[in-house]
Design a protein around this ligand. Structure first.
Ligand code: SF4
Length: 198
């Protein structure tokens, strides 16, 4: 069974599909705050909370996207690559001409998932190994190797999160240098470093 549980559509017609799975423990994870799209109204969130989280069967996400005319969907969460049905779902999206943009921590990114993605937001939490462990509870060796492998492709955008308690400007500059070495695009979310782009 897959873990897709929530799909929202934006005004431009694209959609965001959320996966209810991740075994990392990032201190700033939005899942610590709530499981629903943050742009929904308080009333809608209240109604969703009363219904609880239900995982959709493999056919349902595609049915919902087609019914609503979606041509571009962002896959996030949660960590989509940990979902056992992700690849099957992405194949079905591709067969139906729906572009799938993957938002991932990169640890489990592989050739098949890379090929099936129309674009990838690749989140690099930290370069420093100890910092990464403290922030996420996981090592980053595989993440950095995968970024060196896939990050050069123009469909990949690296991102990180400014988190002053652990990932401040010094670490963000280190991530930016790593991305620059890999000749990749880079963006920062949140805080005073958010203007950094390359
Ligand atoms: S990898 Fe993403 S989904 Fe997983 S804990 Fe970190 S921020 Fe949350």
């Amino acid at each position: 069974m897959g873990t897709v549980y929530h799909i929202v559509q934006f005004e431009d017609g694209s959609a965001y599909m959320m996966f209810d799975i991740c075994n990392w423990e990032c201190a700033y994870c939005v899942r610590n705050v709530g499981l629903w799209c943050s742009s929904l109204s308080a009333d809608t969130v209240k109604r969703l909370n009363s219904m609880g989280v239900n995982h959709l069967s493999i056919d349902r996400p595609l049915e919902i996207l087609k019914k609503n005319g979606v041509r571009q969907v962002f896959l996030g969460g949660g960590e989509p690559t940990q979902d056992p049905e992700l690849k099957e779902l992405m194949h079905r999206l591709k067969l139906n001409d729906i572009n799938a943009w993957l938002i991932t921590n990169g640890e489990l990114l592989d050739d098949e998932t890379f090929e099936l993605s129309s674009g990838i937001t690749f989140s690099i939490k930290a370069i420093d190994e100890n910092l990464h462990q403290r922030l996420t509870g996981k090592p980053n060796e595989k993440v950095l190797k995968n970024f060196e492998k896939y990050g050069k492709d123009e469909k990949v955008i690296a991102e990180t999160v400014f988190y002053p308690k652990l990932v401040g400007c010094e670490e963000i500059q280190r991530i930016a240098r790593f991305c620059s070495f890999c000749k990749s695009k880079f963006q920062v979310q949140g805080g005073p470093c958010s203007a950094v782009e390359g």
